[in-house]
Design a protein around this ligand. Structure first.
Ligand code: UTP
Length: 291
């Protein structure tokens, strides 16, 4: 019997160096796209896929992320007093029930694999999703829902994948591919940031995963990989052959909000989804077209 997917881990302990100085005193995951911080998009996407419990892996200077999911009693009382019902509703929709979100401090950012290992008590024996909030995905069916469906279908781990330019494999976790039905891909190997000449394919993992809990025992070896970090990719690679492992060519558009240009593109794409501002945004885009 395949266990129900109820848990998600949100690693947010990175330093966000590409966004300095904006991220000196503020977490990268609090950067807003239109009017919602990146972390909120990740939580909303996961909830839409039936996830009920969250674990944020945090570090120094990340308190705002914790505050964001707390009840802001005075603010809510003031909004209520002023009859600002719409804003109040926005706040309440963003909130999680007491006890549904926990935080764990990573203490030292030793890599994504180490961050996930820090959630081991939360994960226990259950399957879990991972969402990297700086990957923002615009899609009809939330990406985590697409992964959850594939998890229930295969009974094993599933990672979201997309094709990257062959000369850029050294930036990503890359799949070695077995059977491929055009959407679901059997994974026979995984390599973190291979040089283009060594890359087994140009199919790259993006920041959405559903994993079986066995990954924790592999991460516990604390082996250093690319960039001298404990890589999640290496831990996942050790699972292959023991339990089913697939890549899913998700449908949707992904924006790399950890990168400045990707972040700006996300602002435009998400603003164009909003009926109250789409026309205005289209207007100013025309203004800058030939600038
Ligand atoms: P990134 O590679 O984007 O690193 O991490 P970063 O520190 O966030 O940003 P830059 O590259 O310095 O600008 C991918 C994800 O893994 C998390 C990050 O928070 C991000 O969600 N992460 C990374 C951790 O939680 N801990 C780590 O030790 C490393």
């Amino acid at each position: 019997m395949v266990k129900k997917l109820r848990k998600a881990v949100l690693p947010v302990a990175g330093l966000g160096t590409r966004f300095l100085p904006a991220t000196k005193a503020m977490a990268k995951e609090m950067l807003p796209v239109v009017d919602r911080p990146l972390i909120q998009y990740a939580v909303d996407e996961a909830r839409a896929a039936g996830i009920e419990q969250f674990c944020m892996i945090t570090g120094r200077g990340k308190i705002a992320l914790v505050e964001h999911f707390d009840v802001a009693y005075e603010l809510e009382a003031t909004l209520k007093q002023r009859g600002r019902d719409a804003e109040l509703e926005t706040l309440r929709a963003a909130q999680l029930s007491p006890g549904d979100i926990v935080t764990v401090r990573q203490q030292v950012p030793l890599g994504l694999g180490h961050a996930i290992w820090c959630a081991r008590a939360f994960i226990g024996d259950d399957p879990f999703a991972i969402l990297l909030p700086d990957d923002l995905i615009l899609s009809d069916t939330p990406c985590t829902q697409q992964l959850a469906d594939a998890y229930y279908q295969t009974g094993g781990s599933v990672v979201a994948v997309c094709e990257v330019p062959p000369d850029q494999t050294n930036k990503y976790g890359i799949l070695k591919v077995g059977r491929d039905d055009g959407r679901l891909v059997e994974v026979t190997g995984l390599v973190e940031k291979p040089r283009p000449e060594d890359a087994p394919s140009n199919l790259s993992i993006i920041g959405r995963y559903v994993l079986l809990p066995d990954v924790i025992e592999h991460l516990a070896r604390m082996e250093r990989g690319a960039g001298n970090e404990v890589q999640l990719t290496d831990g996942m690679a050790r699972m292959i052959g023991n339990t089913p492992f697939h890549g899913l060519r998700y449908s949707g558009t992904r924006f790399d909000c950890g990168d400045k240009v990707g972040f700006l593109e996300a602002q435009i794409a998400f603003a164009l989804q909003r009926p109250e501002m789409a026309a205005q945004v289209r207007g100013f885009l025309r203004k800058y077209q030939d600038a």
